[in-house]
Ligand binder design. Structure first.
Ligand SMILES: [Mn+2]
Length: 424
């Protein structure tokens, strides 16, 4: 297993330089009237959930190229999530996907406790058929024209709640691939009514302290129309279901150039923003690593989230949702968690009083410059200091590589067959 001593040994090599960089940044921030220690505390308070499936190598519909030491089951995945959190101290929870991660709840809790992890939102899966499944989802799940197929999909979601309830989760995220590939294939109105009716049955099975997240996605796997294709449909759903129903925004689930930070703002206004899935993209739902393509957009999303801090009832679930096709998934998840944390800390640096003044004076140039001043602040020493103080690694990727963890699991875990495409 992962040897925590490596963190101490690797940190010892970097501490002196970090302290110098930290003091220098502290001095510069002080001149701007910003307390660096307060930002360190903010960074330490940050946490994003890791998707269990993200610990395996992802793929496209063309192929998947697994690496060594791929997790063979949910317990291996939780071990990998434990490493991610031990090194970054920024990923304290895991989001499970059922049935992929189905196991005895007591065993799941024991393994999570071993790594000081908790369980974030549960994810149901009705976008593919399982081996023992009676009715196929080829033509839909919660919106299928056949009542028995819909009932099976509802039942699966209720089972996700039941499992989640036993492991301390407090939310269910529902994303369906239902839609149509041809104009005329479905009656869009009646299909949406079937969706609402199925979601009402799931909603009725929620414990009092749970929330139901509806996640929209513009296209894929249905390429002509998707039932829950945009935030408007997601909002309609959440409003119709009730107080425990919220919208979940996935950064990648929009057409290129859509202003996602404005969607975030609108959903906060409606009191219906429940959670966020982080990733990045260049063309579509590319599931690339967070912050690698458009870090400014990530910052602008966080700017809205930080601006809304303290809004009554706002309690956001943050999760990474991306696919690692060419990198070590543990390294990608660590870097992504830190990039999301970076955007959060940068958003905390926005001079909101000055910004409000420029906005009311219609000083567009200075308002925009105020945002960019925060975005351009190099906050690496703050993030590294937060990790160091929390017992994590100053440089998580360096420490991970020095630990030999990947070599160890490659020897112990069975080699995974890469044949066949498909997102993991
Ligand atoms: Mn997602």
């Amino acid at each position: 297993m992962f040897d925590l001593k490596v963190i101490e040994a690797e940190n010892a090599k970097l501490e002196r330089d970090l302290d110098k960089d930290f003091d220098s940044l502290g001095e510069r921030l002080d001149r701007r009237g910003v307390d660096i220690q307060a930002l360190v505390a903010k960074a330490q308070s940050f946490g994003v959930a890791v998707p269990s499936w993200g610990t395996g190598t992802g793929g496209t519909r063309f192929a998947r190229f697994p690496g060594g030491g791929e997790p063979a089951n949910i317990f291996d995945k939780l071990d990998d999530c434990g490493v991610i959190h031990a090194l970054t101290k920024a990923a304290p929870s895991v989001s499970l996907h059922i049935p992929w991660d189905k196991a005895d709840p007591a065993d799941l809790r024991a393994k999570a406790d071993q790594h000081s992890l908790s369980f974030d939102a549960m994810n149901s899966n009705t976008f593919q058929d399982q081996a023992d499944q009676m009715h196929s989802y080829k033509f839909g799940s919660l919106t299928h024209t056949d009542a028995s197929t819909r009932a099976q999909a509802v039942e699966h979601n209720l089972e996700c709640i039941e499992i989640g309830n036993k492991i301390g989760s407090k939310a269910l995220t529902v994303w369906i691939g239902d839609g149509a590939n041809f104009p005329g294939q479905t009656h869009m109105g009646r299909q949406f009514e079937r969706y609402l009716s199925s979601m009402k049955e799931i909603y009725a099975g929620l414990p009092d302290d749970w929330r139901l997240f509806s996640e929209h996605k513009s296209y894929e796997p249905a390429f002509y129309s998707t039932v829950v294709q945009d935030w408007g449909t997601s909002l309609l759903t959440a409003q119709e279901l009730g107080d425990k129903a919220m919208c979940l925004v996935d950064l990648g689930h929009h057409a290129p150039n859509v202003n996602i930070e404005m969607i975030v703002s609108r959903l906060i206004h409606a009191g219906k923003l429940g959670g966020f899935h982080f990733n990045d993209s260049k063309y579509g739902d590319d599931d690339l690593d967070s912050g690698t393509i458009d870090p400014y957009r990530l910052f602008l999303v966080w700017n809205e989230l930080v601006d809304a801090e303290g809004t009554p009832g706002l309690d956001l679930a943050h999760m990474i949702d991306q696919s690692h096709n060419v990198t070590d998934p543990i390294e990608s998840l660590m870097v992504s968690a830190m990039e999301i944390q970076r955007a959060f800390v940068q958003a905390c640096l926005v001079d909101r009083e000055a910004l409000a003044g420029y906005q009311s004076d219609n000083d567009a140039l200075m308002a925009s410059a105020t945002l960019r001043a925060a975005f351009r602040t190099e906050v690496d020493p703050i993030l590294a200091k937060a990790r160091q103080l929390s017992g994590g690694a100053i440089s998580p990727v360096t420490a991970f590589r020095a630990s030999g963890y990947r070599t160890g699991v490659t020897e112990r875990r069975p080699q995974v067959n890469g044949a066949g495409g498909g997102i993991v």
